[in-house]
Design a protein around this ligand. Structure first.
Ligand SMILES: Nc1ncnc2c1ncn2[C@@H]1O[C@H](COP(=O)(O)OP(=O)(O)OP(=O)(O)O)[C@@H](O)[C@H]1O
Length: 261
């Protein structure tokens, strides 16, 4: 049975597209039939970050009722299915976000996992993805504006009858993560599934139009994406979370009191 997740955040630029592309690829690497859909019909970029050059038919045409979802499906790394959104203003105007529900029905028996990359904000095109998935995963950064906006999306999701499945803390500075994680969970009232560190490899991979799990598989961010994918797929998690680096004070205290690390 298909499992559908909407990747949302409220605030723009928290890493929704990065999470969608990498989690999708990692699920495909784990052997799961996975489809990712760019539901950001106004500001599409999922196709761009995956380097899909030729996409004559996109979600725009599907939501306009002039094409089927199969026509708008392209193949990404490890057989990942990718449905990009279009870049034209005309296409955006013709797209009816309400049709997303029908699109989901068409995908039901085609994949194990469906990830919807949601737009930022709370416009109609942003609200519908919150209602159609089994669970909404919030992507938050360890900064107050991101957390406040994620809280708005959580409340909105629950108001419209959707379900929050957890949060992914992205761009975390590892030395500070432990404290931030607890604070964020308390503020949001949502468990953090895992933490993806701030990692220059993510930006390099984006510039190369390749998911970081493909370009730099040994990086800490890639390990985090594979762990999250394994958790979602219900398979044993083999990779350890990155150890928080020991600071000077901790090293000093350990030397003084001979504590083992
Ligand atoms: N863990 C990370 N480490 C370093 N850079 C990151 C990380 N995650 C995302 N980024 C960078 O942050 C920027 C924004 O990421 P992304 O486009 O995925 O955000 P978004 O939430 O989808 O944005 P939008 O709301 O505009 O759609 C990109 O340049 C991306 O490469």
């Amino acid at each position: 049975m298909i499992r559908a997740y909407t990747i949302a955040s409220g605030k723009g630029g928290t890493g929704k597209t990065t999470v969608t592309a990498n989690l999708g690829t990692a699920l495909a690497q784990h052997g799961r039939e996975t489809c990712i859909v760019d539901t950001d019909v106004g500001m599409a970029n999922l196709g761009l970050v995956l380097g899909l050059a030729e996409t004559p038919i996109t979600l725009h045409e599907v939501l306009a009722g002039t094409a089927s979802i199969q026509d708008a499906m392209y193949v990404g790394p490890y057989g990942l299915k990718v449905v990009p959104s279009g870049l034209s203003l005309q296409g955006f105007q013709n797209a009816n976000p309400e049709r997303l529900r029908d699109v989901m029905c068409d995908l039901t028996d085609r994949c194990d996992f469906l990830l919807l990359d949601a737009p930022a904000g709370i416009g109609t095109d942003g609200v519908i993805p919150l209602t159609v998935a089994d669970e909404v995963l919030l992507v938050v950064n360890p900064e107050i504006s991101s957390i406040v906006d994620a809280l708005k999306i959580k409340i909105l999701t629950e108001t419209v009858g959707g379900t929050i499945g957890g949060a992914i803390l992205n761009r975390a500075i590892l030395e500070e993560t432990d404290m931030n994680r607890r604070k964020i969970e308390k503020t949001l009232g949502v468990s953090i599934i895992d933490t993806v560190p701030e990692d220059a490899n993510v930006r390099r991979a984006a510039a190369a139009k390749t998911p970081v799990v493909v370009r730099s598989p040994g990086s800490e961010s890639s390990k985090a994406f594979r762990r999250i994918a394994a958790t979602l797929a219900g398979i044993p998690v083999l990779e350890e979370p990155h150890k928080v680096q020991e600071g000077f004070v901790e090293r000093f205290a350990r030397a003084l009191f001979r504590r083992e690390p």
